[in-house]
Write a protein that binds this ligand. Structure first.
Ligand SMILES: NC(=O)c1ccc[n+]([C@@H]2O[C@H](COP(=O)([O-])OP(=O)(O)OC[C@H]3O[C@@H](n4cnc5c(N)ncnc54)[C@H](O)[C@@H]3O)[C@@H](O)[C@H]2O)c1
Ligand SMILES: O=C(O)C(=O)C[C@@H](O)[C@H](O)[C@H](O)COP(=O)(O)O
Ligand SMILES: [Zn+2]
Length: 363
């Protein structure tokens, strides 16, 4: 509920951290407790827009040094990472001083990687400001930059010490970015929670309208689901965490083919989830109606649902060259998250280019 503080505990190999969902002030109290009187300036990584809009509450209360990085995917590069590390080194925080990341998933992924590397690992605190980051990316400890034209090719697992998610910050987000986040929210229903998918269907108009109570409920639900999934497979090895990649093999290929940053991550995930359900139906694993149900919900969320809608109409064949390089792949074959229907995703290894290629060409 809006106005109420929700705390979700995330258990990992390195210990437990809290995701505080609700008004900013209690989250900042938790940050103060974490800092525990440590002297020295705290690096605050953000982009210019977000720092201007939402940096005030943190700057007023803490001794921070703002470190501005480029907006969006442009910030997830080696050059930006190197420059950021130089600027953190100039502040010279000690190893127990947290770096604070204020922004969307791109700022979070970049800052998390910088924190993992600096002095071989210092704490990272995420203050996510997009729906996507509050419901998904700030939790779970995946950090990354893009490399060699591939999404998230270089990164680490580095769990945050604290996540502070205030849904009221989403009011300043532009519609396209906001809707992009809805794709990852809907993903949590598609993976293993048909009841949550149905809740999304009945709540989508309120979510699109930015109703803070409903957004808070959605974020708490997604974070709780992510915490549960990540806890059993923190470093993405057993196949459990891989389910969070539903739609992502297609999505990352779409992002790479269109030019990283051109199509938003959530937009690509939306198309990717439809393709995953259609491929599942073609493989006899799901009913065709599940893909149509997904198309309908994503459409109501204002998200693209076809390759044509992201400028790749008739170009599905080009996605294969990216998909054969996906990080989940093994033994020269493609691994995909497929589905037996809404809420019933599963991991499938050993998919050949002969199976995937004709599907993509026809998509
Ligand atoms: N680590 C993970 O588990 C994980 C999960 C999902 C996605 N990701 C990554 O996250 C990135 C996408 O993140 P994103 O969707 O948050 O977008 P983003 O971080 O790429 O960009 C967000 C944009 O919105 C602006 N913005 C942010 N908050 C705002 C606010 N409150 N008001 C106004 N403008 C605001 C920013 O200036 C920026 O231009 C991708 O790189 C994706 O790969 C990572
Ligand atoms: O946390 C995870 O695990 C996820 O897969 C969440 C995804 O939404 C996210 O886009 C993640 O960054 C993808 O990771 P990658 O390993 O496929 O690069
Ligand atoms: Zn994602």
């Amino acid at each position: 509920m809006a106005g109420q503080v929700n705390r979700v505990a995330v258990d990992t190999e390195g210990g437990r951290y809290d995701v505080v969902v609700g008004p900013l002030a209690p989250g900042l109290d938790a940050l103060e407790a974490l800092i525990d009187g440590r002297g020295g300036r705290i690096p605050l990584v953000s982009d210019e827009l977000v720092l201007g809009l939402h940096g005030g509450a943190i700057r007023d209360r803490f001794d921070v040094e703002p470190l501005v990085v480029p907006r969006g995917e442009d910030g997830k590069t080696f050059a930006v990472l190197e420059d950021l590390l130089y600027r953190i080194a100039a502040i010279d925080p000690d190893r127990s001083t947290p770096i604070v990341a204020l922004g969307g998933g791109a700022v979070g992924d970049l800052s998390g990687l910088a924190a993992a590397l600096f002095k071989r690992g210092c704490p990272i605190v995420h203050v996510p400001t997009t729906l996507l980051a509050q419901s998904d990316s700030a939790v779970g400890g995946k950090t990354a930059i893009d490399f060699a034209g591939q999404k998230n090719l270089v990164g680490t697992f580095h769990q945050p010490s604290l996540v502070i998610a205030d849904p009221s910050l989403l009011a300043t987000l532009d519609q396209r970015q906001f809707r992009s986040g809805l794709a990852e929210v809907i993903k949590y229903g598609a993976i293993d929670d048909a009841a949550f998918f149905a809740w999304c269907e009945s709540s989508i108009d309120a979510l699109v309208a930015g109703h803070v109570d409903r957004l808070t409920d959605a974020i708490v639900h997604c974070v709780t689901a992510k915490a549960r999934t990540v806890a059993g497979d923190v470093t993405d090895r057993s196949g459990q965490r891989a389910l969070l990649n539903f739609g992502h093999s297609f999505a990352h290929a779409i992002e790479a083919e269109c030019g990283l940053g051109e199509v938003l991550h959530g937009e690509a995930v939306a198309v990717g989830m439809v393709l995953a359900l259609r491929f599942s139906a073609r493989a006899g694993q799901a009913d065709a109606s599940d893909a149509e149900r997904m198309v309908s919900l994503l459409g109501r969320a204002g998200l693209p649902t076809s390759l044509a809608a992201v400028g790749l109409g008739g170009r599905g064949d080009r996605l294969l060259k990216h998909m054969v390089r996906d990080k989940k792949n093994e033994r020269g074959a493609v691994t995909l998250v497929l589905s037996h229907g809404i809420g019933r995703a599963f991991l499938k290894h050993g998919i050949t280019s002969d199976q995937l290629g004709p599907f993509l060409e026809a998509a």
